[in-house]
Design a protein around this ligand. Structure first.
Ligand code: ATP
Length: 437
């Protein structure tokens, strides 16, 4: 069976989480097969060879860990991410030793899975902007674009800094696309999503038998990237051990796979990204100064979206077009009031937040025009006038009576008895509260 690298098997019994993940992953063009029990999961694992397996550990009919261990011979080298309860690091480490490639703690956003699938399967999420830099019309971004053009042609180390979601990865990809490395792979690794013990095996790869669970030799990202680019996102999050390993890689431009002896040459360009934390960490002694200077020969900063409102129109148009295609429907327009609301917003989550707001509005709304409430539903709740005490009491009573009626199979006598009121009072309340029989 050949692997379908743009597909994923999700074994997760939480229906709300499962549904939202399937919806989001499908929008990204990832074929997602979803099972909610060990039994269904086993059937899927025997039928498909996906790019990534994501498996919850506690399932209604057994343990995900047992399922994965049992089917390991069939699963072969397919990367596995296990879903663990928040804070259960001991369990996560045990699973990593037993052959899982990574873990995520609940709750986690769908984007985390998209990024991991992209990293493991050397695949690029489809949301990248066209090469001409969608939404980079503001003066600040045009300057940045010119700098990226110049830097694309040379080998200098570049550190991209800026708030989360501002587009650091998009800029790194542009640096790659604009230079002589464009035809080679662009591979990203999120340093904060990888536990220290896995960083080495992810980046340098491992030989067969290097540790329990290493059933096959696997090339690391430094090797897979070839003459392309290895993008280290959230580099500030690396622990001291991984920082030392990375420094060696940058200084010597050589590395060995875990458990191996053969020295391999690093041909890829390393581009790193971080939020403002990095300098602070250097000052506090939590990030090696020598590594910082190696990574940041040139430091480019991406301004937050709130500081470049000129970009909003083009970016919004880009996402409207992207999701209209993904959802197979016409592209809605943005009303003037909605556009004013976009301009007034502070954008703490930057371009990612804009993308998510447009995606949500388009998935939930059907109209040909997006209004402020579609993009900012939280304002609707804030703007609603507060309920008076008697209205709040009526609303609670209405809800409770409806519940009891449903429980009694709509038998009024029985419901009245359960509520401890007479049949006449029950009729009177139902009439006053507008509850139909
Ligand atoms: N100019 C752009 N055109 C289209 N999409 C964009 C643009 N800038 C950012 N995005 C989208 O916004 C999201 C966040 O961008 P990106 O991952 O590059 O940000 P980041 O600064 O690297 O964030 P983080 O620090 O959280 O990793 C992505 O989905 C990306 O595709």
């Amino acid at each position: 069976m050949t692997a379908d690298r743009r597909s994923l098997i999700l074994i997760e019994d939480d229906l709300v989480l499962g549904e939202s993940l399937v919806q989001r992953l499908t929008l990204e063009g990832i074929r997602t097969h979803w099972a909610s029990s060990v039994k269904e999961g086993e059937a899927l694992l025997r039928q498909h060879r996906p790019g990534l397996i994501v498996c919850d550990i506690r399932l209604p009919d057994g343990s995900g860990e047992e399922l994965l261990t049992r089917l390991m011979p069939e699963i072969g080298g397919t990367p596995i991410i296990v879903v663990t309860a928040f804070g259960d690091v001991a369990q996560a480490v045990r699973l990593l030793r037993a052959g899982a490639d990574d873990y995520v703690e609940k709750p986690f956003p769908a984007q985390l899975l998209i990024d991991k699938l992209a990293a493991f399967a050397s695949w690029t999420p489809p949301s990248d902007p066209p090469v001409n830099g969608a939404g980079w019309s503001s003066p600040a971004m045009q300057t940045l674009n010119r700098q990226l053009q110049k830097l694309g042609a040379v080998e200098t180390s570049v550190l991209l800094s800026g708030e989360s979601g501002a587009g650091k990865e998009v800029a790194a990809r542009r640096l790659h696309d604009l230079g002589p490395r464009a035809a080679a792979p662009f591979l990203g690794v999120n340093c904060s999503a990888i536990p220290t013990e896995l960083f080495e095996s992810q980046v340098f790869g491992h030989e067969r038998g290097a540790f329990t669970g290493a059933t096959e030799r696997r090339a690391g990202l430094a090797e897979q990237a070839g003459a392309g680019t290895l993008f280290l996102d959230e580099v500030a999050e690396l622990g001291p051990q991984s920082q030392a390993k990375l420094l060696r890689l940058l200084q010597e431009r050589r590395f060995t796979r875990l458990g191996g002896h053969e020295e391999l040459e690093l041909r890829a360009r390393i581009v790193a990204a971080s939020n403002a934390e990095l300098r602070k960490r250097v000052a506090d002694g939590r990030f090696r100064e020598d590594l910082y200077y190696r990574l940041a020969v040139v430091e480019l900063s991406l301004p937050p979206l709130r500081e470049r409102p000129e970009d909003l129109g083009q970016l919004a148009a880009h996402f409207l077009g992207h999701f209209a295609t993904a959802l197979g429907r016409d592209e809605p327009e943005i009303s003037a009031a909605a556009f004013d609301a976009l301009l007034a917003h502070h954008w703490p989550g930057n371009v990612r937040e804009l993308r998510n707001r447009i995606e949500r509005a388009m998935v939930l709304g059907e109209g040909a025009r997006l209004e402020p409430a579609d993009l900012f539903p939280e304002h609707r709740a804030r703007e609603a006038p507060p309920l008076s005490l008697s209205d709040a009491r009526d609303a609670a009573e209405r809800q409770h009576i409806r519940q009891i009626l449903a429980r009694s199979g709509n038998r009024i006598n029985e419901a009245a008895q359960m509520l401890g009121i007479s049949r006449t009072t029950m009729w009177e309340r139902m009439r006053r509260l507008g509850i139909k029989e």
